[in-house]
Design a protein around this ligand. Structure first.
Ligand code: SAM
Length: 283
């Protein structure tokens, strides 16, 4: 590539696209599971794509990684054991390990190549990989959760690709049943839940599958994410019974810095826009 050019992810569901101006392709690998590409952009740092879908940019990944981790960690009374399914770029792991009370964080991504690419092109996301509390595994997250000891985990974070290919089985009842079994009674499941603007049906279907698996209370938190389709994304928290009173005082006094997450952002995200609340039966 000699002159900057535009790189797009077209999104058929909404007839829209997300694009970045890029200077060069830095890397590409076809793993047994998916094609991983890295580009250098003119304004957003490096960009990772998996099978043509934007995963991470240097400039905006903090929005997603902070919202996938801190709301759940500041809702659970005392999270000590956290499992991340997917998350191979290691950004969610880094955020989870910012919590001093976490004693063990397991990251289980099916594809080692995602982590190797992140180490090379997003080293800042991998800066906590050698933390003694971190365990980084390369295995199918579906099998990992199915074999997890019952009642052994405080928080499961499903930081997955879209529900196609290897991630398809991370959105159904059988997988959520495994998560339900692995979680302690006060445990929390977090799943990245796509765009509330154009994929509300997916969020509804995902909550329904979680419900069939035994989860009874749900909380969907929207947040901005420019590099994902529509630029507006969400995560969904699920619990076995309790509500979602978050530890606001602890969030205000958090002993680490964040770029997006604050107690007030957390509170605000709990107030769903009316069209989303209505679709999710909360309006
Ligand atoms: N935040 C991104 C998004 O929403 O587009 C996802 C980023 S993260 C890099 C997604 C990860 O999920 C990928 O590294 C992929 O290898 C992993 N993944 C997909 N299916 C998986 C499975 N069955 N078990 C474990 N990891 C899986």
């Amino acid at each position: 590539m000699t002159a900057p050019t535009w790189l797009y992810e077209n999104f058929d569901n909404s007839g829209s696209a997300i694009g970045f101006r890029v200077n060069a392709k830095l890397d590409e690998v076809q793993s047994p599971f998916q094609k991983i590409e890295i580009y250098e952009s003119t304004d957003w740092g490096n960009v990772m794509l998996i099978d043509g879908a934007m995963m991470v940019t240097t400039r905006d990944n903090f929005l997603y990684h902070e919202m996938m981790s801190h709301p759940a960690l500041f809702t659970h009374a005392a999270p000590k054991t956290v499992v991340i399914i997917g998350g191979g770029d290691c950004g969610t792991l880094r955020e989870v390990l910012r919590h001093p009370g976490v004693e063990k964080a397991v990251q289980c991504d099916i594809d080692e190549q995602v982590t190797r690419m992140a180490e090379k092109h997003f080293p800042e996301l991998c800066e906590s990989n050698s933390d003694p509390r971190a365990e980084i595994l390369f295995d199918d997250g579906i099998a990992y959760m199915a074999n997890c000891a019952p009642g052994s985990v405080d928080i499961v974070i499903v930081d997955s690709t879209d529900p196609v290919g290897p991630a398809e089985g991370l959105f159904n009842k059988a997988f959520f049943e495994s998560c339900h079994r692995a979680l302690k009674d006060d445990g929390i499941l977090v799943q990245q839940s796509e765009s509330p603007l154009v994929l509300l049906e997916l969020i509804q279907a995902m909550r329904a599958e979680m419900g069939k698996a035994g989860f009874t209370t749900f909380q969907t938190l929207p947040f901005p994410q420019p590099c994902y389709p529509t630029g507006w994304w969400s995560c969904t928290l699920a619990r076995k019974g309790q509500g979602f009173d978050f530890r606001e005082a602890d969030a205000r006094a958090k002993p680490f810095e964040t770029l997006y997450y604050t107690a007030d952002i957390h509170k605000g995200a709990q107030s769903l826009p009316p069209f989303v609340a209505k679709a999710l039966g909360e309006g």
